[in-house]
Design a protein around this ligand. Structure first.
Ligand code: GLP
Length: 260
């Protein structure tokens, strides 16, 4: 795993945005895996800026989002549909029919999940998956104890995650118990993963994911087995890592052609 520590969330987000932009320029019909939460917001803002000011073209891009709350309609303000359109899709030229977000209102969740997996395969697989991380190490909504080989399916949120995500709903009691999420195995099939984490609240989860043993108790730790995983974090999220000197040393010595 490549670990890139930046002075702040903004600089980290710029690097992530440049990765996405480079892929979209090199492969206009790229397939992006996208995440919600506060973490990728600055990256989305920068991609919108690149679209508006530099003509970054998303017209042939296909997207798959990681997850959605069960029971929420796309119009619900706390739904991940609303989040993605408000913060990203409405501001770029992505085609609506190329956007995929799990359907929280599906009447047959297992059938929907199978179809979601098939649609990813039919699109050619995900080229670049952007991830945040939960304070408990979850990726997508794969909570601790999730199978590390899991596929898209229904999951039940932990009390901690319902607390963490309460803001969008007004209170933790209003956060749904169930979600549909891409599985850990689905995420592992993507060609490149970028995991972003900002602030000390994420430090423990990042330390476990990067330097801990691979365990379903910290689902992000499976990324140690991903052939191309890039972990881009700020100083706060790096506070519990032991080998920060080495990570900085490697990054400072990156060959020019590898830099973004
Ligand atoms: C939710 C999402 C995750 C996200 C996590 C962290 O649980 N399902 O994909 O990574 O929140 O959220 P934030 O970025 O707001 O800290």
């Amino acid at each position: 795993m490549e670990i890139i520590i930046q002075p702040n969330a903004e600089e980290a987000s710029m690097i992530a945005a440049r990765h996405v932009a480079r892929l979209v320029r090199d492969k206009p019909n790229a397939v992006l895996g996208l995440a919600t939460g506060s973490t990728p917001l600055m990256m989305y803002r920068e991609l919108v800026r690149m679209h508006k000011e530099q003509g970054l073209d998303f017209s042939e891009v296909t997207t798959f989002n990681l997850d959605e709350y069960v029971g929420l309609s796309p119009e619900h303000p706390a739904s991940y549909h609303a989040f993605m359109w408000d913060n990203f899709f409405s501001h770029i030229n992505v085609k609506r029919e190329r956007v995929h977000i799990p359907d929280g209102l599906s009447s047959h969740v297992p059938a929907f999940c199978r179809k979601y997996e098939e649609t990813i395969v039919a699109a050619g697989g995900i080229d670049l998956q952007v991830l945040g991380i939960g304070s408990d190490g979850h990726i997508g909504f794969n909570e601790p104890s999730s199978s590390l080989a899991s596929r898209t399916r229904i999951k039940t949120l932990t009390a901690q995650t319902r607390e963490d995500n309460a803001k969008a709903f007004g209170s933790a009691e209003k956060v749904p118990f169930h979600v549909i999420t891409m599985g850990v195995g689905t995420i592992m099939d993507t060609r490149h993963v970028i995991i972003l984490a900002f602030g000390e609240k994420k430090a423990e989860a990042i330390a476990g994911a990067v330097e801990g043993a691979i365990t379903a108790m910290n689902p992000a730790s499976i990324l140690q087995m991903h052939p191309v995983a890039t972990c881009i974090i700020d100083e706060g999220a790096a506070t519990k890592l032991k080998r920060t000197e080495y990570y900085r040393w490697v990054y400072d010595r990156k060959p020019e052609w590898q830099k973004l």
